[in-house]
Ligand binder design. Sequence first.
Ligand code: FES
Length: 147
Amino acid sequence: MEKKFEKEECDEEFKKKEYFGGYSKEVMDRFMDPKNVGEIENPDGRGRVGNPACGDILQLHIKIGRENGKEIIKDVKFKTLGCAAALATSDMVADLAKGKTLDEARKISRDDVAEALGNLPKIKMHCSNLASDALKKAIDDYRKKKE
Ligand code: FES
């Protein structure tokens, strides 16, 4: 039989992890308190993707900087209209991308994102594609504008 929690117990379990549909503590922390939500004024690249299956939408902005003569992702901000996993994966992709070269950032895969989050329930793996696809689009948008 499924265990039922009183509110205080629930809060404690919530802090510990994994009572919310198999989400890890990292997913829940980022869902509850994402650090990279927002927009960048005059972004260098924009990516927008939607998941037709669930209707979720994600917009992602990047700012490019230079380090050791190479272009790097200096900042990432996103807005997600979606599920907990979409929000957490967006926030994680933003952190994973910062400081990376454009080619490195373009290689961030959904497995990289899931692993960094302490894994995602299988049924939610597709959500991590949304963020990494938006990042790729933003990088491509930047490169296209430079041409
Ligand atoms: S259910 Fe739509 S991205 Fe998660």
